[in-house]
Design a protein around this ligand. Structure first.
Ligand SMILES: *Cc1c(COP(=O)(O)O)cnc(C)c1O
Length: 239
């Protein structure tokens, strides 16, 4: 087998086990597996892996950094849906708006405005998820705090996205806090999602769950899980 064949086999096996985990979690939660979309987070892995994943049937991929995301998007043309899931600087928003389809990490008004301008400049429309910070109050002084809007600022930010011309408010995204039970955090996210949908019924997406906590996320109602390591293997450290 060539190295490429070997990698293809490895990715196929890992992908199968992640799909089996999602299927089992759906069965336990009484949900249909097709109601949960797998986004494979390919940050730090080469474009060749993205192409292999596409050939194995993956349709959604996630990236966390510009320009790495842009370069892979340019190298792999398989009609994939590209999600941006990482912390996004305002001055990179216009560039990201030119090649991503979904921006999951929108957590402040300045970023909404910058994405709207970027989408207009490139004559594109974008799906946007508002990222919510699920750290319990009191953890906020912690080093390495997760990004995301505080829950009490969510509705104002969601309204701002919905008021733009080119950004579609598609739902919410969150990362489980480091030192808390993910099940409890995702239940909280689900409650916030329900409140959001009272005002914005089309905001159907709840993006939650990573390699270590996808079961809890599916149980809580996640419509999208974002999986990196469980499909691709341990990633090289971020520079
Ligand atoms: C890297 C990343 C993931 C995937 O994490 P794994 O633990 O590798 O599954 C999901 N969501 C976000 C926001 C990420 O940055």
């Amino acid at each position: 087998m060539t190295p490429l064949d070997e990698r293809r086999t490895e990715l196929a096996d890992r992908l199968d086990s992640v799909l089996a985990r999602i299927g089992a979690a759906c069965a336990r939660a009484g949900r249909a597996p097709e109601d949960v979309t797998l986004t494979v987070v390919t940050k730090t892995y080469p474009a060749a892996d993205v192409a292999l994943l596409a050939s194995l049937g993956v349709t959604h991929v996630g990236e966390a950094r510009h320009p790495e995301a842009r370069d892979k998007r340019a190298a792999v043309d398989h009609g994939l849906v590209w999600h941006f899931v990482g912390a996004l600087q305002t001055n990179k928003a216009a560039a990201v708006a030119s090649y991503c389809d979904v921006v999951e990490s929108v957590d402040r008004l300045r970023l909404v405005n910058a994405l709207e301008r970027g989408a207009a400049a490139h004559d594109r429309r974008l799906d946007v998820l508002v990222q919510v910070n699920l750290d319990a109050a009191g953890d906020s002084g912690e080093i390495g705090k997760r990004s995301g809007v505080e829950p009490d600022g969510l509705s104002e930010l969601a309204d701002a996205v919905a008021a733009t011309e080119r950004l579609r408010l598609a739902g919410l995204m969150a990362v489980a806090p480091r030192h808390a039970d993910p099940a409890t955090a995702f239940e909280r996210l689900a409650a916030l999602h329900e409140q959001l949908r009272a005002d914005h019924p089309a905001a159907r997406v709840m993006s939650a769950g990573m390699s270590g906590d996808l079961e809890q996320a599916v149980q809580a109602g996640a419509t999208h899980v974002r999986i990196g390591r469980a499909v691709l293997g341990e990633r090289p450290a971020l520079q």
